[in-house]
Design a protein around this ligand. Structure first.
Ligand SMILES: C[S@@+](CC[C@H](N)C(=O)[O-])C[C@H]1O[C@@H](n2cnc3c(N)ncnc32)[C@H](O)[C@@H]1O
Length: 344
C-alpha cells in the first residue's frame, strides 16, 4: 500500500505526515531500546484515525481501519461474510491487565461461556471459505478445543516454542503456545510454498553424480527449504531491541503473523483481528498487501497500531522473513547477506 492510497489520509487524520516522522525515545534509557511508544500529542492525533461503529456498515467503511470499541458491541454492526482470514488472539484464561482493562481469570465453565459467546458473535462475518486461527496457552486450549470443534473444521494445532517463559519450582516451565488452525468448510486457501522454512543443512547428501540432494549450495553455506510443520521453533517473542516491539503485554511476533497470513490468504483478501492489541496482524497484512481491519477496546493500543501501520508504509521488512523465505532462528547474518545479494 502506498502513502497515496493510505486509509489514514482521511480528513480526521490531519497530522499523518508530521507524525510519520517522529519516533519517541522509550522511557527506559537503554540506548538500543527500540520499543515503539506514543507521546500524549501523538495519542491525541492518532486517536482521530480510529473509528467506532453505531450502525450497520459495509466493508468499505472498515477496510484499512482500526475499530476502537468493545468487540461484542462492534460485532453487531459488522457486515456479513466479509472475512477471508480471522486471526483470534483473545485474552487467555489468565488474569491480565491490558493497560487498565483487567481480564480476570474465570472458572473453566465461565470462560467457555465467554468464548462461546464471542465465537457466536463473530461467526457471521466469516466467508464460507474463511480460515480461523486461534491462539491459546495449553490450559485455555483445554476449554476452547471442543467449542472450536463444534463451530469449525479443526485441521491442526500448531505448537509455537516461544523461547520465553517463567521458570517454576514445582512444574515444567511453560514455554509454548497453541495456535489452532480451523476452517469454515472443506474449501479453503493453503499456500504451502509461501511458508517453507530455510534451514542450514547438517548432512549435505549428494547423489551419485555429486549433485546436492534437496538442498542448495549458496555463498553463505548449504541450505534446504523444508515443509512447515506444526511445531514452530523459529520465532522469538518481540523484545526491546526489535523495532516491532511495543509495551503490549502479550504482543505476537510479526514473523508468526506472516506465516498465518501467507499460508491462509491471498493478496487483496481481508484479514480481520477482533482482539487487535498493538496491531501486529494488521501491520503484517498491510506489508503483505492484504486488506485488514481489527478491533481493540484500548485506545492506546489502537494508536500504537496506527503508528506501526504508518511506519509499515515505508518499511515492509518482517524480521525473520527475507526474500520470500522464512529463516530459522539466529540466522540474521545469513539473511542480511541475502538481502545484499538478491540474485541468490
Ligand atoms: C492477547 S491480546 C492481543 C495481542 C495482539 N495479537 C498483538 O500482537 O498485540 C488481546 C487484546 O484484546 C483486547 N480485548 C480484550 N477484550 C476485548 C473486548 N471485549 N473488546 C475489544 N478488545 C478486547 C485487549 O485490550 C488486548 O489488547
Amino acid at each position: 500500500m502506498t502513502p497515496e492510497n493510505s486509509p489514514f489520509e482521511a480528513s480526521s487524520c490531519q497530522n499523518y505526515e508530521s507524525l510519520h516522522q517522529t519516533q519517541q525515545p522509550h522511557k527506559s534509557s537503554a540506548p538500543r531500546n527500540r520499543t515503539l511508544t506514543c507521546s500524549p500529542q501523538e495519542l491525541e492525533s492518532l486517536s482521530q484515525c480510529l473509528i467506532s461503529l453505531n450502525t450497520l456498515v459495509n466493508v468499505e467503511a472498515i477496510a484499512g481501519k482500526i475499530i476502537h470499541q468493545d468487540l461484542f458491541e462492534a460485532a453487531t454492526y459488522l457486515p456479513e461474510a466479509f472475512v477471508d482470514l480471522l486471526i483470534l488472539d483473545p485474552p487467555y484464561n489468565l488474569s491480565k491487565n491490558y493497560n487498565g482493562h483487567v481480564f480476570r481469570q474465570k472458572d473453566r465453565a465461565q470462560y467457555e461461556d465467554w468464548f462461546r459467546e464471542m465465537i457466536t458473535a463473530i461467526q457471521p462475518i466469516l466467508k464460507p471459505t474463511a480460515t480461523v486461527y486461534v491462539c491459546a496457552d495449553w490450559k485455555t486450549s483445554m476449554a476452547i478445543a471442543p467449542i472450536l470443534d463444534s463451530h469449525f473444521h479443526v485441521r491442526n494445532r500448531i505448537t509455537w516454542e516461544r523461547e520465553k517463559g517463567r521458570g517454576a519450582k514445582t512444574n515444567w516451565k511453560n514455554n509454548t503456545e497453541d495456535i489452532w488452525f480451523c476452517t469454515c468448510s472443506e474449501q479453503y486457501t493453503f499456500n504451502v510454498e509461501a511458508v517453507k522454512v530455510k534451514r542450514k543443512v547438517i548432512a549435505p547428501y549428494r547423489s551419485k553424480s555429486g549433485t546436492p540432494k534437496d538442498w542448495n549450495e549458496e555463498k553463505m553455506g548449504n541450505f534446504r527449504l523444508t515443509h512447515p510443520s506444526n511445531i514452530w521453533t523459529d520465532i522469538s517473542v518481540p523484545f526491546w531491541s526489535m523495532p516491532e516491539n511495543t509495551d503490549h503485554p502479550t504482543q505476537k511476533p510479526e514473523k508468526l503473523m506472516a506465516k498465518l497470513i501467507l499460508a491462509s490468504s491471498n493478496p487483496g483478501n481481508m484479514v480481520f483481528d477482533p482482539f487487535l492489541g498493538s496491531g501486529t496482524s494488521a501491520v503484517v497484512a498491510q506489508k503483505l498487501h492484504r486488506q485488514f481491519s481489527g478491533v481493540d477496546f484500548n485506545q492506546e493500543y489502537c494508536c500504537w497500531a496506527i503508528k506501526r501501520l504508518q511506519q509499515a508504509q515505508t518499511n515492509e521488512t518482517i524480521q525473520g522473513y527475507t526474500n520470500g523465505v522464512f529463516w530459522e532462528r539466529n540466522s540474521l547474518n545469513h539473511q542480511l547477506a541475502q538481502r545484499h545479494t538478491p540474485t541468490d
